[in-house]
Write a protein that binds this ligand. Structure first.
Ligand code: S3P
Length: 208
């Protein structure tokens, strides 16, 4: 076969972009699972804009998330979060990292289902604890017992995060490995193929 007759080599990124259309990619999951880090790298690979919903909420409010919680309370923050995510989803395709509580709202889940593919970055309790200890700016963890709070939130939230279209095990391996797995799982999903099995979060978190 001459070179001219060879089919153009499709890349997984090109496959994803053409199947995605105007839909966005939305990363959901607990604090500390790496939604922003992985999202930013995925956006670079896919040449899509990356947006962090928390950063947008802070810009819209003109104050930090701890300040919003302190001055106006969590309910006010959640309403703002719902509005900001709705606006961002109207401007797709983007890669969007959401705050850990965003997917808990049915209204937001409905919008994400209509306008995006959702990916749950799932990490186990120990991985989350190690990572959230590095930052003290998460109002929900300013409790006497942050470990207990994370346990409670995981019990409440995991069944809901499980409604995402795809689940990826987030764990302490190089970020690019998680990005590769996410890209491949997403490509297979969008192309109607069965994805290669990925390591489950609880087993994989032991691989450090
Ligand atoms: C929250 C997670 C935070 C932020 C806010 C509430 C939550 O975002 O939205 O502090 O309810 O889990 P990250 O998941 O990016 O830390």
């Amino acid at each position: 076969m001459s070179d001219a007759a060879l089919p153009i080599q499709a890349s997984p990124e090109a496959d994803i972009l053409s199947a995605l259309g105007a839909r966005s990619i939305v990363l959901v999951g607990m604090m500390g699972v790496g939604k922003s880090t992985i999202g930013r790298r995925m956006a670079l690979r896919l040449k899509l804009p990356f947006i962090d919903a928390d950063t947008e909420i802070e810009a819209a409010a003109g104050m930090t998330i701890p300040e919003i919680f302190e001055r106006h309370g969590e309910a006010h923050f959640r309403d703002g979060e719902t509005r900001v995510i709705a606006r961002l989803l109207d401007g797709g395709p983007i890669v969007l990292a959401t705050g850990g509580g965003a997917f808990m709202r049915e209204e937001t889940r409905g919008r994400i289902a209509a306008k995006a593919i959702s990916i749950w970055l799932k990490a186990d309790h120990d991985v989350i604890m190690r990572r959230v200890r590095r930052r003290a700016d998460r109002p929900l963890l300013q409790t006497a017992d942050p470990e207990g709070t994370v346990t409670r939130l995981l019990i409440e939230r995991e069944p809901v995060y499980g409604k995402a279209d795809l689940t990826i095990a987030s764990r302490d391996v190089p970020h690019d490995r998680i990005v590769d797995e996410t890209i491949e799982t997403l490509r297979a999903h969008l192309c109607g193929e069965k994805a290669a099995p990925q390591p489950p979060a609880d087993v994989a978190s032991a691989v450090r």
